[in-house]
Structures are given as C-alpha cells and as structure tokens.
Design a protein around this ligand. Structure first.
Ligand SMILES: [Zn+2]
Ligand SMILES: [Zn+2]
Length: 333
C-alpha cells in the first residue's frame, strides 16, 4: 500500500526514466527524481511532511513519559481505537480496494464518506495517494517504484537502507507522481476532487475531534490535551507505521505462496493482519490486485473484506470482485 503526505498530485508529465530493461533484480536502482532544484512551495511541502512524520513520534515519547505516574483515561483509548478503525478502513476499503483497484462499486455517499475517512488518516490527499499507489503496482520493486526496499540493491547494507527508504525515506524525495497519468478517473470525479481539496481541513478535523471530545467528556483543558495526544497524534502515528510497514516489511519478510510479476517480491506477513485490516496479505494482493479479499486462505483475518461484505449486504456496494477458487489456484506458486 502506498502512502504520501501533503504532496499534491503533479500535473507534470511522467517522472523519472522508464524502467531499465537490464534491471536484474539485485542491483541498486539508477538515480532519479532528485536532480531538479526544489521550488519554494516544494520546500514548504517537505518541511510540512517532516513535521507530520516526526511530530506524532515525539508525541509518542511524550505520551510514554506522561504515563509514568499518571493513568491514561479509558475514554482516550476507546476514542483512539474508534478513530484508528474509521480512518484505517477509509484507507484500506476506500482509498485502496475501492478507488485504487476498483474491487467493488459503491453508492456515491459511501464512496465519498470512505474518501473523507481515509483523508483523516494524514496520509496525503486521496488523488495523490491513489496515483502513487498505482505507480507502485506498475513498477513494483524495480526502477520507477516510488517506494521499494530494493532501491539500494540486495546487499545487507543496501537492503537495510532500502527498508528505511521504503518505510519513510521516500516521502522526502522530490519525485512527484503524475495524477494526470495515474489517476485521470479521479481527477474527472467531482466528489473525489472536492474531498481532495478539503484535505487540509480534514487534517485539522482529525485532531480537533479528539480535542473537543476530551474537553466535553473530561471537562477540562488537560483532558482535552491528553485525548488529543492519544486519540489524535498517537493514533495517527500508529496507523502511519502500520501502513508504511506494508510498503517496507511486506516486500521483504514473510511468505510468498502466490506468483507475482517478475521482480515483484510482495509477501504475506501475518503479524500485521489485524492492525492493517487485512492489508498485510500483500503477496496475494500483488498477485491479484483487483480482488476484494486479500486474506484468501483459511484463518487469514481480513477485516476490510468483512466490512466490504457488510456493505454488500446493506446494498451499498455491488459488483464486488470476490475471490473464486479457480482464480486463486491459478495464481499459486
Ligand atoms: Zn494495491
Ligand atoms: Zn506493495
């Protein structure tokens, strides 16, 4: 799954060079995307990205320090869990399985609501997110992939450096993805364009909600701040790192029971299944990207698929691309 922050979709034509036909699956990728001088607005966007990436981390440190002597309020934990689930499903069911891959068709209100929920995860505006993720599928683990842990080759050092880069380093690279090329369908969609424009306001809302809830429920400014800390910043940081782990760990560690395209090394990594709402069954996803269920084998938890099934029963989504035994078996390694 891809993720970017506050990097608006670019109208410039295709980034970087076309993938080198000689890429052998082991060497470092040729350098790209960093040569151009950054403009003022690009520098500002970079500074904001840095703030968003590191601020929740600092908050986590502060949260642990605060915990040393005082208790977390149960309301904070409950609100954090609710907002984690709503925004996380906005990303997995809305941004990813729905808008990026078209695994189902949703009624207009649900489609928009999921796009709003996903935007509140602080993972970038919806159109930019989808464009980057489609580019990741177009060039998986080879030159042109916006975030691949194989970027610096397969030596031990290169692999470690690549993991850090695929996790978070790529966010700081000046390597815009063309929305015109990768997400023309969303650029042509009025509802989605409106959600995309509202992204800064939704970033404020995702923090203002827990702050206001803490003030109302706890009755003091201190409770407003602790709820903001746990259900706002810490919740965002956790979802960030789970999402980023699908980009980094789920292309290096885990099982590969299904065949993927050449060089594509996506893996299934069970420990992340629940926290990632089923997205860590990433090997199946890369083997069959439009499939609405990623955890297709017995015992593989996939909460996002369960939610899509629920929406289907309500009549809010249709044309769901559920896995069939034939299709799955044809893709086994
Ligand atoms: Zn995908
Ligand atoms: Zn991937």
């Amino acid at each position: 799954m891809s993720l970017h922050i506050l990097r608006s979709p670019s109208a410039v034509p295709p980034e970087g060079a076309p993938p080198s036909p000689e890429y052998d699956g082991r060497a470092a990728f040729p350098r790209e995307g960093t040569a151009a001088e950054r403009t003022g607005s690009e520098r500002l966007s970079l500074a904001i990205t840095a703030l968003i990436v590191f601020l929740p981390f600092l908050a986590l440190g502060l949260a642990v320090w605060l915990l040393w002597g005082s208790l977390i309020h149960p309301v904070d934990v409950l609100l954090a869990a609710v907002l984690y689930t709503v925004t996380g499903l906005g990303v997995t069911v809305g941004f990813h399985r729905g808008l990026t891959h078209g695994s189902y068709r949703a009624v207009r209100q649900l489609r928009t609501a999921l796009a709003v929920a996903g935007s509140m995860s602080f993972q970038g505006d919806v159109i930019g997110w989808v464009a980057i993720h489609r580019r990741h599928h177009a060039f998986t683990d080879r030159p042109g992939d916006p975030h691949s842990p194989y970027r610096y080759g397969t030596s031990v050092c290169g692999q470690l450096r690549g993991l850090v880069d695929a996790h978070v380093g790529w966010l700081f690279r000046n390597d815009p993805t063309s929305a015109a090329r990768y997400a023309p369908d969303l650029l042509a969609d009025r509802d989605i364009r409106a959600v995309s424009r509202a992204f800064p306001a939704l970033c404020v809302l995702t923090l203002a909600l827990p702050f206001a809830a803490g003030r109302l429920i706890g009755g003091s400014w201190v409770s407003a701040l602790t709820t903001l800390l746990w259900a706002g910043l810490v919740r965002i940081a956790l979802l960030h790192h789970v999402t980023w782990s699908v980009n980094s760990l789920c292309h290096v560690i885990g099982e590969r029971p299904f065949r993927t395209r050449r060089h594509d090394r996506a893996t299934n990594l069970w420990p992340l299944a629940l926290l990632s709402f089923g997205e860590s069954w990433h090997n199946l996803h890369h083997a069959d990207p439009t499939c609405a269920r990623h955890g297709v084998d017995r015992g593989q938890l996939d909460p996002s698929a369960a939610v899509i099934r629920f929406f289907e029963r309500l009549g809010w989504v249709r044309d769901v691309r559920w896995p069939t035994p034939d299709r799955i078996d044809a893709r086994r390694a």
